[in-house]
Write a protein of this length. Structure first.
Length: 326
């Protein structure tokens, strides 16, 4: 009887759920020490479906001290160190507040998300304005726990990107401008409450310098194109061979290919991402979708709307032909 294949984490962005189900996990916990040493405020941009949310979830589990989830992983030794101390984590997924059709709804939704964090840490949510409430939340968590918080901010640009990517019928310049101002005021609290933060890790799909909402956070280190973090998200070729070995063997048999032939085809099809101009990585969603379907396809492109990309090309009068051979 053939051995059962491990679960593919397709659609699993919750680290705890992934580990408890013993799904395939490409160990990225080895980057935690480098991340801590990089700086106090760190930013990393990656395309959609590239593992940002899973990374944020993993960091949440690590800094919260969930030792049980890191057995056998690189970061297990960090957590076993006598110097390791779990600390409070403030995790906010800003994609949860995107799609607001008014500033009132945006602010109310942010307040609701802050309320969830406040309840997790058993502190009251003070302040009527979302920026003030965010500031007070960081202060109160530090005061109550006696420790600075780790701030994990996922998809920081989602509220703005949602508006920018809309078609002409729903595009609202006034709402876009007001949303930028609200988010800028909200994120400014990170700088203001610096003494209450141990580490801030922020992700998004766009460079923070281009969004106009981080102008006052001038000490934010952008590691997006740093060589040492080029494979922080995404799979390297060696990781593909190591962690997906059972699937490579199984799929090669199904497609009547050699394993070497399958790996070469996978590399040709999906190994086109490079964030430092040197090291290449595979898009996780494409690889997982391939092993699920056992067929080659443009899974990443077909997984969601590319409205914002098309809008950028149209506004800049760019054509695909201009990028051929680049």
């Amino acid at each position: 009887m053939p051995q059962a294949l491990p679960i593919l984490p397709l659609g699993l962005a919750d680290f705890e759920d992934l580990r408890e189900k013993q799904a395939v996990y490409v160990d990225k916990t080895k980057y935690i020490t480098d991340l801590e040493n990089a700086g106090k405020f760190v930013f990393c941009a990656r395309p959609r479906r590239f593992g940002k949310s899973l990374t944020v979830n993993m960091l949440d589990a690590f800094f919260s001290g969930r030792n049980d989830l890191f057995q056998g992983l690189a970061a297990e030794k960090n957590m076993c160190s006598p110097n390791f101390v779990a600390c409070p984590v403030v995790r906010l997924d800003m994609s949860a507040v995107a799609g607001s059709d008014s500033t009132v709804l945006l602010k109310n939704t942010i307040m609701m998300r802050l309320g969830i964090v406040a309840e997790r840490h058993q502190v009251p949510l003070r302040g009527d304005d979302c920026a003030v409430a965010f500031s007070c939340l960081l202060q109160d968590i530090h005061k109550t726990s006696g420790q600075q918080a780790v701030l994990l901010l996922d998809e920081y640009d989602a509220p703005v990107i949602d508006l920018v990517g809309r078609d002409k019928l729903t595009y609202d310049k006034k709402l876009l401008s007001e949303t930028r101002n609200i988010m800028q005021k909200f994120y400014t609290q990170i700088k203001i409450e610096e003494k209450h933060i141990k580490l801030a890790f922020i992700t998004g799909v766009t460079k923070f310098s281009r969004m106009g909402i981080f102008s006052r956070l001038n000490n934010l280190l952008d590691i997006s194109i740093f060589p040492e973090f080029s494979a922080f998200m995404g799979y390297t070729h060696e990781e593909l061979k190591t962690y997906f070995a059972p699937y490579i063997t199984h799929t090669a048999l199904e497609l009547e290919m050699s394993e070497e032939g399958l790996l070469n085809r996978l590399k040709e099809y999906y190994d086109g991402f490079s964030f430092d101009g040197k090291n290449e990585v595979y898009n996780p969603f494409s690889i997982l979708s391939f092993f699920k379907a056992k067929a080659f396809g443009n899974f990443w492109m077909a997984s969601g709307s590319n409205t914002i990309v098309r809008k950028f090309f149209r506004d800049k009068a760019l054509t695909v032909d201009q990028f051929q051979g680049q």
